[in-house]
Each structure stands twice: as C-alpha cells, then as structure tokens.
Write a protein that binds this ligand. Structure first.
Ligand SMILES: Nc1ncnc2c1ncn2[C@@H]1O[C@H](COP(=O)(O)OP(=O)(O)OP(=O)(O)O)[C@@H](O)[C@H]1O
Length: 252
C-alpha cells in the first residue's frame, strides 16, 4: 500500500474576481477513508471538487492524488489520474434514453467494443450490490422511483471499480428511510470495495452515518476538521450552529 494520502490539498486558493471561494485550503484523505466536507450553500464545495478533478485550475497551492501533483499537469496525464475517480452526481444524472444496464456499463464501454451479454452480466452484478435485480435491467430510469434511481446511480458509480468516489449530496430528495438505505449502501460499498470516499453534503444524518472524518468549509477556509465522533463536541460555534441547524448564530 502507498504511504501517500489518496488525496491531499496544500494551501489551495481559488477566486472569481473579488469572490475568494477557497482560501488556503489544506486537508488530506487517506486510502480507504471516508471523508465528508460540510458547509453552507455556495461555500465552495463544488469548486473544490472541480479543482481536485482537474476541471478547474487553482490560483495557488497544490493538489496531489496518490502523491502525484496534479496541479499544472498535462491534459493526457490528467485523464489518467481522472480515471481513478468515480462520481455519484446530485440527482443521479442517469441517461433516460438508455436502459438501466447500459447506464450502469456506460463508462466501461466508452471507445471499446464490449459484448452485450458480458455488459448485462456486469450490470447485474453491480445492481445486486445495491439491492436490485434483473427485473430492472431493461427498464428506463424514468420507470424507477427516486430511491431506485439513486441505487442505479450508485451501481453506475462503482461499476468501473474506481479507487476514489465523490458523492455529491448523495441523499438529496430522498425520504428518511430511503436516505438511510443509501447511507448504509455507501458505507458497505466503500468498505467492501476498499474505495476512498469524499462526500459533500448538507444532510447531517448522512454525515454521521457515512464519515470517518469531517471537515467544515466556511468563508473559503476549513474551520474545523476531525473524526466524526468529535463533530458534536467541536468547540467551534460555526460548526455547532451548522450541526444543530440553528438559524441563530455567527453564520447568517
Ligand atoms: N465558474 C465560475 N465562475 C464564477 N463564479 C463561480 C464559478 N463556479 C462557482 N462560482 C462561485 O463560487 C462560489 C462557490 O460555488 P460552489 O458551487 O462551489 O458552492 P457549493 O458549496 O457547492 O454550493 P451548494 O451547496 O449550493 O451546491 C459561489 O459564489 C459561486 O457563485
């Protein structure tokens, strides 16, 4: 096993004009760890993910993946590093024109000829990991409930067996029971497949279920980070206000 963090940010800053979205952000995620970033709407979580994926340049600082610096990397090398990442998008982002099995195997077939029978078998294996079965293989996403679509999106995210998965608001729009099902699946998959997870979410229930460690972004800075067990005893008034979901406090 590598002795480098899976992902490391060192002093990353990013501004849009006078909007200083990320200010000297540093943190690392260890291999196999589940790290969650919390913070209010617009605090820079998505910008941070784009910088890590090399989809956006940073103004200052360095980002490493498996000890390899990706900031300033050539496009071809970026593609190679990006292949380590999977993504569960907010809302699932399934292709409604394709049946479920093609949605799940989409990334596996890009630019390569694969036998349909093999891809259906792969789709089924991944569907079974998220508690679904062959009855949904030939359906379209719109024929499934929101919770089932989330499971399919999860099956698609794990199908290429990425080393790292980004979960962007993985439980948004789900009722509390389906939220719990997805949280449990995330925990199981990350553990069983040895995936490193970086999640951004507002949902405190998810944070407490799926994270090993948590970091809070506020006004472009990481103002607190620590094990999830310490989140409710952080001693930081901003973290307390966010965790307890109070309107009153330093965050307006
Ligand atoms: N391409 C861009 N050009 C200019 N400003 C941008 C760009 N992308 C993001 N921003 C700004 O950066 C800030 C952070 O946006 P970001 O999308 O990262 O927030 P977020 O924390 O993911 O929010 P949410 O939780 O609502 O999704 C916002 O003020 C946004 O307007």
């Amino acid at each position: 096993m590598s002795d480098h963090p899976k992902i490391e940010l060192q002093g990353v800053s990013k501004s849009f004009g006078s909007n200083h979205v990320l200010r000297d952000v540093s943190f690392s995620v260890e291999p196999g760890e589940s790290m969650t970033i919390i913070g209010g709407s617009g605090c820079g979580k998505s910008v941070m993910l784009k910088c890590i994926l090399g989809l956006m340049d940073v103004d200052a600082g360095k980002i490493f993946v498996d000890g390899e610096e990706i900031t300033g990397m050539k496009a071809a090398d970026h593609d190679r590093v990006r292949a380590k990442f999977g993504m569960l998008f907010q809302g699932g982002a399934l292709f409604d024109s394709l049946p479920i099995w093609r949605n799940i195997t989409f990334a596996l077939t890009q630019g390569r000829h694969k036998r349909s029978s093999d891809m259906r078998a792969t789709a089924l294996e991944n569907l079974e990991r998220v508690g679904l079965g062959k009855e949904v293989l030939d359906l379209r996403p719109s024929e499934l409930s929101g919770g089932m679509q989330k499971r399919v999106a999860l099956a698609r995210a794990i199908a290429p067996r990425p080393e790292i998965i980004f979960f962007d608001e993985p439980t948004t729009g789900l009722d509390p029971i389906r939220t719990d099902v997805i949280n449990k699946l995330i925990v199981e998959l990350v553990k069983d497949l040895g995936i490193t997870a970086l999640t951004i979410t507002h949902d405190m229930g998810s944070v407490e279920k799926i994270s090993d460690r948590v970091a809070m972004l506020f006004e472009g800075r990481i103002i607190w980070s620590g094990p999830v067990s310490e989140l409710r005893h952080s001693g930081d008034v901003h973290v307390d206000q966010f965790v307890q979901g109070r309107a009153e406090g330093p965050i307006s």
